[in-house]
Unconditional design. Structure first.
Length: 229
């Protein structure tokens, strides 16, 4: 069951693909659906992708493919066409390759996070623009990295960590871990006999070991942005 906006978006994407062979940009989708920001478009696309209605083609920010349509979605003149004769079934592959584009979305920027000793993760009111190609499905936020305990993983002081919001992760993944509901840190996650071990990526730092109930996973690292001065 799709929401009205999800239904409207998939109809718009499919109509544009039928007309031009190129999926619409985030800006075009935002205007077509009368949304206030591109982050709303990103959430709709992520929801449709997770439900199997659309698919993002790799390495192309603007390349969307409609896999199936909802049962009551008919495009064009509201008559079946070769592109949607089997409504709800797999859609044919387009022969025209969509053009890449530099779509940008705004993600919340929630202050600083430690890559060293834990510091407070400050809830900020700002946001930062991020290329959509760096983010997969799901909800994301950004944190500014403070410290150098993850430098061997290529994460440096002043970088911006792009984080996919989740409360679970596997051993070996880099996570945002909230300790004692007060302090947050960016580390490799490891679990061992009722304990959580937060491993640095810097030989000068020791692992941080906590009882499992003291640590909450608040997200997994999805990407990095770096400024060069």
């Amino acid at each position: 069951m799709l929401t009205a906006k999800q239904h409207e978006l998939i109809r718009f994407i499919q109509q544009r693909l039928e007309d031009t062979g190129i999926s619409p940009s985030f800006e075009e989708m935002k205007e077509a659906l009368d949304l206030k920001s591109k982050s709303g478009v990103h959430r709709l696309i992520s929801a449709l992708e997770e439900r199997g209605f659309i698919r993002r083609l790799p390495n192309r920010a603007r390349a969307l493919e409609v896999v199936k349509l909802p049962e009551d979605a008919v495009t064009g003149s509201d008559k079946p066409s070769a592109a949607n004769a089997l409504v709800g079934a797999a859609m044919p592959t387009k022969t025209v390759a969509p053009e890449p584009a530099n779509d940008i979305i705004d993600v919340p920027l929630h202050g600083r996070i430690a890559a060293g000793a834990p510091i407070e993760a400050i809830e900020g009111q700002s946001s930062m623009p991020v290329p959509a190609a760096l983010l997969g499905p799901g909800e994301h936020y950004a944190l500014e990295v403070s410290g150098n305990s993850m430098i061997e993983a290529g994460i440096f002081d002043g970088d911006f960590a792009l984080v996919k919001r989740t409360d679970s992760a596997r051993d070996g993944e880099i996570v945002v871990a909230l300790v004692d509901n007060e302090e947050a840190t960016l580390k490799y996650l490891r679990k061992d006999a009722g304990r959580v071990i937060l491993d640095p990526a810097n030989g000068a730092y020791d692992p941080q070991v906590y009882d499992a109930h003291r640590v909450q996973v608040q997200g997994k690292l999805a990407g990095l942005l770096r400024r060069y001065h």
